[in-house]
Write a protein that binds this ligand. Structure first.
Ligand code: TYM
Length: 348
């Protein structure tokens, strides 16, 4: 029996932060033993908002290096760059033409990001979730491990696969049952870490696009900077830390981070910090963060010093990914009725 398939990705937009790690990458690591895992650096998504061409390639490499530094093992996982597999763009086009525009117009992330850009919003930003659906559907993914904010995009990918492709274009078996063209994926959103909040406002999620650097901890922030950001993190005048008080979102977030990163878990962390003042708690949290990120930063530095090795990983990832992606794309083209190119027909 083949293992269930997993696909996920992160955009190489600037530096990856704690939310990207705790909400996504950390969960990918555990799946490598039980699943057939594909992880891509989604560079095509990174240009849906204005980007710096001088930085895209370096950020793409650095993001791939961070995957490995966080524990993704290229011997067990296929690690690749989205733009290196042209099937992503082609499947996106096929799906574009059968996805209703109003499905995209109601996407929360589009609405949030579009507001910030006024009349400069690109077609790509609106189309972002269709490209994401293509990423997932190309690999027949059973599971997609992501943070909470991606739930709506995952539902869209499921609807596109089920309602727009399989139901309309799936061939029928002898009993008239649809033979699915695309696999319908399930999201995997773990409770802890699924929504890491901003250090500047516990009601907003930690995000790469927040202009306030102090609102997030980047995975490559040096220890002094981490300590400084934690020291400045928003708190409240109440003594003692607790979970679940809606009036104290910052407390909930910071205590949650401590519970996760110290490895103590929520119950132990909550009783340890129940009577603690912020002046005692913040250095503890900073220490837990620095220690959790230390091995990742050390491994990232080693990998960055050997770009040829990273290139080898990405090149073999591209080969493995392309083989799977081309097969799915071929199946979809056929279902939609395209004339095969003669060299393709010769290969078939
Ligand atoms: P990106 O780069 O915005 O986020 C990458 C991953 O990090 C998670 N995440 C968070 N989790 C917890 N708390 C936060 N504050 C936080 N911020 C971000 C996101 O949920 C995501 O899992 N659209 C995707 C990229 C993508 C993708 C895909 C993912 C493109 N194609 C195919 C899965 C499968 C995104 O959010 O990127």
């Amino acid at each position: 029996m083949s293992r269930p398939r997993v696909l996920s990705g992160v955009q190489p937009t600037g530096s990856l932060h704690l939310g990207n790690w705790l909400g996504a990458i950390r969960n990918w690591v555990a799946l490598q033993d039980s699943h057939d895992t594909f992880f891509c650096v989604v560079d095509l998504h990174a240009i849906t908002v204005p980007h710096d061409p001088q930085r895209l390639a370096a950020d793409t490499r650095s993001t791939a290096a961070l995957y490995l530094a966080c524990g993704i093992d290229p011997a067990r996982s296929t690690v690749f760059v989205q733009s290196h597999v042209p099937a992503h763009s082609e499947l996106c086009w096929l799906l574009n033409c059968i996805t209703p525009l109003n499905w995209l117009e109601r996407m929360i992330q589009f609405k949030e990001k579009a507001v910030k850009q006024g009349d400069q919003v690109s077609v790509g930003l609106l189309d972002y979730p269709v490209l994401m659906a293509a990423d997932i559907l190309l690999y027949d993914a059973d599971l997609v491990p992501v943070g909470e904010d991606q739930k709506q995009h995952l539902e869209l990918a499921r609807d596109i696969a089920q309602q727009r492709v399989n139901a309309r274009f799936g061939p029928r078996d002898a009993d008239g049952e649809v033979i699915p063209v695309l696999k319908v994926p399930e999201p995997l959103i773990l409770k802890e870490g699924a929504r890491v909040m901003s250090l500047a406002d516990g009601r907003n999620k930690m995000s790469k696009s927040d202009p306030n650097e102090g609102s997030r901890i980047n995975l490559l922030d040096p220890p002094e900077l981490i300590t400084k950001k934690v020291k400045r993190a928003k708190t409240d005048p109440v003594m003692g830390l607790e979970f679940g008080n809606p009036e104290r979102p910052e407390t909930d977030n910071l205590l949650g981070l401590y519970a996760l990163l110290s490895g103590k878990g929520r119950d132990a962390a909550a009783s340890e910090c129940a009577a603690m003042g912020w002046g005692t708690f913040k250095p503890l949290l900073a220490e837990a963060l620095v220690e959790a990120l230390r091995p990742i930063q050390a491994r990232h530095a080693e990998l960055s010093a050997d770009p040829a090795e990273l290139d080898r990983v990405l090149s073999s990832g591209r080969e493995r990914a392309s083989a799977v992606a081309e097969a799915t794309l071929g199946r979809t083209r056929a279902a939609l009725g395209f004339l095969p190119a003669s060299d393709r027909a010769a290969q078939a």
